[in-house]
Design a protein around this ligand. Structure first.
Ligand SMILES: C[S@@+](CC[C@H](N)C(=O)[O-])C[C@H]1O[C@@H](n2cnc3c(N)ncnc32)[C@H](O)[C@@H]1O
Length: 241
């Protein structure tokens, strides 16, 4: 699948079902689990306990409606989000969320940027980030290696990248469409790649993207998904440029 096609399929899908999917209880619980892990590991991420200590700039890539940005807002000074879905970007930029903070998102796909997107990236100062996070999105990218390379390019030297996704799962092999629909995800299969993220592959991806150090940690608790999905386990991959 070409980058334009998969990005465009993801845009349409999230415009259609994203808002209702984020209201599903299991997705709310998953978001809380991710947030709790991040907040318990701020030092590991290189994030100060509060934003007055050191100015920090965060890139939230494939930001959706802003789960990661909201969690890290008390700890960083500037946040820039990017998502391929214009609907998600509108939700992210709603005044209730941004709440006078230096926090905003634009619609873009780093794998298939149009001239207008490249312009918006420059105007929004989408470079020299201290931290980049991409949460639950690696399994949607046409080329995860190229995407991580593009994200690491936007980090300052010494900056860190955090990647969160399902460990050791071919998400594309998950149950058939009907079951995914019942879980509130809509016809999601056509928005997925067939990657499996293991400790070895994540460390290789992060190093291949330009990180001098990379580590992979499994979430200590499993995540409970509806019905036939059963329990799955998240990973947190951290790279340092
Ligand atoms: C499962 S959601 C995760 C959202 C958010 N990061 C979170 O953890 O709640 C995946 C997000 O990736 C976005 N996405 C998919 N492909 C993308 C691409 N090529 N570029 C930017 N965003 C993309 C989707 O629009 C969607 O908002």
């Amino acid at each position: 699948m070409s980058a334009d096609n998969l990005g465009e399929l993801n845009r349409k899908h999230m415009n259609d079902v994203g808002e209702s999917a984020f209201k599903q209880q299991w997705i709310v619980d998953l978001g809380n689990q991710i947030t709790a892990y991040i907040l318990a590991h701020l030092e590991w991420l290189g994030t100060p306990p509060n934003k007055t200590e050191k100015p920090m700039k965060l890139l939230d890539y494939a930001c959706g409606n802003g789960l990661i940005s909201k969690a890290l807002l008390p700890h960083v000074s500037t946040i820039r989000g990017i998502d391929v879905s214009d609907k998600m970007v509108d939700l992210y930029n709603s005044p209730a969320r941004t709440n006078n903070a230096d926090m905003s998102a634009i619609q873009a796909d780093l794998l298939a940027p149009t001239d207008a997107m490249l312009d918006a990236l420059i105007k929004g100062e989408y470079s020299d980030f201290d931290i980049a996070v991409t949460s639950m999105a690696l399994h949607h990218f046409a080329d995860p290696q190229l995407m991580l390379t593009k994200l690491v390019e936007r980090l300052a030297i010494g900056g860190r990248i955090l990647v969160i996704d399902w460990a050791n799962e071919a998400v594309a092999d998950w149950p058939a469409e009907g079951v995914l629909k019942e879980a509130g995800l809509g016809d999601v299969r056509h928005t997925l790649n067939d990657s499996v993220f293991t400790e070895k592959s994540v460390v290789e991806l992060l190093k291949g993207a330009g990180c001098r150090e990379a580590e992979f940690v499994l979430c200590p608790e499993t995540s409970k998904l509806p019905g036939v999905f059963g329990e799955k386990r998240l990973f947190f991959g951290l790279g340092t440029k």
